[in-house]
Design a protein around this ligand. Structure first.
Ligand code: KIV
Length: 264
């Protein structure tokens, strides 16, 4: 079995320009399937959209995220597991610490992720000072969708670009161990990646980041309601699964399943 991937190793990967591969996982079955292939399994709050049928991520709760992270940890052998702090779980230093301690005590997650830039720097510092490893999440922040009214690409103007770079630097100074950069113009991700010494993981942020992350159900073609421009669908798994289930249904209806090979 390969040794477990650590935050130190992710940092070494940045230095040696070896790309970091992150993918979401929400359960033991798929966590175990992805574990040998990737470096980081992100238990994202995208869970409630991809599998919970919700229209945004804001309904995810600590209890749900903890349950799913326990499952992913049960399936993982060597990947680093990253817990996505749900909306409302890190509104102030004390709330954030209480919830992050719960994550470490109740799951095997190695780090937590929270959305926000310089306005969250003090919270990141408080968690770091209390032995919690924190990934920042800057640029497009899905938990802001209701307050902003839409998902919009960030960093189109010079002022916006500078603000994102400042967010990244503030989070690094506060002790963040890595950054997710979502939905920004590629030059913004490039500038951030060059200016911080911690690894950057992009999603819809171009190729310059130290690594990439995708929501697994998006990249295998399971979640077809909305396919963002940055998502590459490597297979159409939804169609393949429907084909298989369709065959099963027709064999049950015709009496061809189960046959003698599939009974005791
Ligand atoms: O919840 C999630 O899956 C995420 C990714 C989009 C980075 O935060």
């Amino acid at each position: 079995m390969s040794p477990k991937i650590t935050i130190k190793q992710l940092s070494k990967m940045k230095k040696s320009r070896k790309k970091i591969v992150m993918i979401t996982a929400y359960d033991a079955l798929f966590g175990a399937l992805f574990d040998p292939i990737v470096d980081v399994l992100l238990v994202g709050d995208s869970l409630v959209m991809s599998f919970g049928g919700k229209s945004d991520t804001l309904g995810a709760t600590m209890d749900q995220m903890i349950y799913h992270t326990q499952a992913v940890c049960a399936g993982r052998q060597k990947s680093l597991v990253l817990f996505d702090m749900p909306f409302g779980s890190y509104t102030d230093r004390e709330t954030a610490l209480k919830n992050a301690v719960r994550v470490y005590q109740e799951t095997g997650a190695d780090a937590v992720k929270l959305e926000g830039g310089k306005e969250k720097a003090e919270i990141v510092r408080h968690l770091s000072q209390n032995a919690i490893a924190v990934f920042g999440h800057i640029g497009l922040m899905p938990q802001h969708v209701r307050s902003e009214g839409e998902y919009s690409v960030k960093g189109r103007s010079e002022a916006d670009k500078q603000a994102i770079i400042e967010d990244a630097l503030a989070l690094e100074r506060s002790g963040a161990v890595a950054l997710i950069i979502e939905g920004v113009m590629p030059d913004v991700a490039l500038a951030v990646t060059q200016q911080v010494s911690i690894p950057t993981i992009g999603i819809g942020a171009g190729a310059a980041c130290d690594g990439q992350v995708l929501v697994w159900s998006d990249m295998v073609g399971l979640f077809g309601q909305f396919v963002p421009k940055f998502v590459k669908q490597y297979i159409q798994a939804g169609e393949l699964i429907q084909e298989a289930v369709g065959q099963y249904a027709s064999e049950v209806r015709s009496g061809h399943f189960p046959d003698v090979n599939h009974q005791y």
